[in-house]
Design a protein around this ligand. Structure first.
Ligand code: CP
Length: 309
């Protein structure tokens, strides 16, 4: 049954959402695609960013979305904050909330850090990536892009290739794709596929050429070398040879859409010819990210308004 309205203060991940809640967000995003107007949905609200890991797309995209909805945006830098003097994340949130911050967009290196904090604040928390756990708005914009390009999600065959072990994007995508009825294959070297991932309802492959046969889309993930404390791949050139998406490989799957959440390591997991080629929707994903984040913020604002917050 389709969701009638959004009934959550926070967006922490896709695992806890129903298929109809996910579709509700995608439909709301679509409604923003029809004009480049600005709105006053969040007028009088303040959005703050707590990012303890780097970001180009997510942070900027949320900022564009928040401003288009009329919010005030607090330019807060974790690196120049008292978090570095040992203040806890909760105390930081409570202090900024006391100044009138209504929304926190958070990125953190620790998986699951937001769940215990959310009930302790009146502000709304939106997960912009926590460890290897979830990156819900990235998966939502991937789903939105797939739905726009393929006309549906149900029944699609989607390959996620790369560093699945460290990837919050993979986990959120798997939750979303499975809930909406897609068939998912995760592909990569054994060392980068977490044990037991089949329990999430996916197939596992170590052969990219075989995985791509008949695939509707391939989501290419970056090797997260900064999270690897041991050499999980023999060399970057070996990795590219085995799992890099090249034009030659893709030529056997002419209907396969290419996605990548960014940042891309060209020549490591994807060739420039593919990244910039006709099957790539990578920059469309980035554009769609603004729509999806506008949808998330405005749906949560609806919840806050109904609760008198
Ligand atoms: N896709 C993504 O999360 O990109 P950033 O790290 O640049 O935000």
């Amino acid at each position: 049954m389709a969701a009638k309205h959004w009934d959550r203060k926070d967006l922490l991940g896709l695992e806890s959402l129903s298929a109809s809640e996910i579709e509700f967000i995608l439909d709301a995003a679509k409604s923003f695609s029809k004009s480049s107007k600005t709105f006053d949905t969040l007028k009088g609200s303040t959005v703050a960013f707590l990012f303890s890991e780097p970001s180009t797309r997510t942070r900027s995209s949320f900022e564009v979305a928040a401003r288009r909805l009329g919010a005030d945006v607090l330019g807060f830098s974790v690196a120049a904050s008292s978090l570095l003097k040992g203040e806890s994340l909760l105390d930081t949130i409570k202090n900024l909330e006391a100044m009138g911050v209504d929304y926190f967009i958070l990125r953190h290196e620790q998986s699951g850090v937001l769940e215990p904090l959310a009930p302790l604040t009146r502000a709304s928390l939106v997960n912009a990536g926590d460890g290897a756990h979830e990156h819900p708005t990235q998966a939502l914009l991937d789903l939105y892009t797939l739905r726009e390009k393929k006309g549906r999600i149900k029944g699609l065959r989607v390959v996620i290739v790369g560093d699945i072990l460290h990837s919050r994007v993979a986990r959120s995508n798997i939750h979303g794709l499975r809930k909406l009825g897609a068939k998912v294959t995760v592909c990569g070297p054994s060392a980068l596929i977490p044990a037991g991932i089949e329990a999430m309802g996916v197939s596992v492959s170590h052969d990219l050429d075989e995985s791509l046969r008949g695939a509707d889309a391939v989501n290419v993930l970056r090797l997260q070398l900064e999270r690897q404390n041991q050499n999980l791949v023999t060399s970057l050139s070996d990795y590219f040879g085995g799992f890099g998406l090249t034009a030659e490989r893709l030529s056997r799957s002419p209907g396969c859409l290419v996605l990548h959440p960014g940042p891309m390591n060209r020549g490591v997991e994807i060739s420039s010819e593919v990244a910039d080629g006709p099957q790539s929707a990578i920059l469309e994903q980035v554009s769609n990210g603004v729509l999806v984040r506008m949808a998330v913020l405005s749906l949560i604002q609806g919840w806050r308004t109904r609760r008198g917050r």
